[in-house]
Ligand binder design. Sequence first.
Ligand SMILES: CC(C)=CCNc1ncnc2c1ncn2[C@@H]1O[C@H](COP(=O)(O)O)[C@@H](O)[C@H]1O
Length: 176
Amino acid sequence: MNITVFCSAYSLDARYTAPAAEFARLLGEAGHTLVWGGSHAGLMGLLADGVKEAGGRLVGISVELLAHKTYEGADELVMTADLAERKAQLLARADAVVVLVGGLGTLDEVTEVLELKKHALHDKPVVVLDTEGFYAGLRTQLERMDQEGFLPRSLAELITFAATPAEAFARLDRAS
Ligand SMILES: CC(C)=CCNc1ncnc2c1ncn2[C@@H]1O[C@H](COP(=O)(O)O)[C@@H](O)[C@H]1O
């Protein structure tokens, strides 16, 4: 499977890096391909190192503006002209999307993937690895949208939240 992962470009505390490393190991050991932003920065670099060490494949979708942060050693590197093209490629290359902890870049990416799924422009699984309840606020907001009629599809169809790397991994096939 090609698993697109969105996550922080910053170096984080071990309570965030350890689950990300564990997820990378599971992905690599299963022989999957990591599709990601193609950077060596922070959690993105840690994830790529972990997948590679565990025997997985790396496909980086980088962007001109961040070319100086490109990860050395990806099996395939795609250079896109801008962030919009990169987001489109990250989704196009995915069989499933996983969201680890992250900031505005990650939020931007997952929001776009969900909006496109809302419009039935794709039906790929979207799984959030909700480490340390990092996404509790986002989940509350999405549940309110769901309960109060802001979503044309049920939230459960759009996105799945997992508490552990193993749970996130197990949901890749099953989530809709
Ligand atoms: C200055 C610095 C640390 C480098 C940032 N370098 C980056 N290289 C590649 N992709 C990125 C970068 N920053 C943001 N992104 C994209 O946005 C997400 C991370 O942004 P954030 O840290 O959550 O907001 C990633 O999933 C990635 O696809």
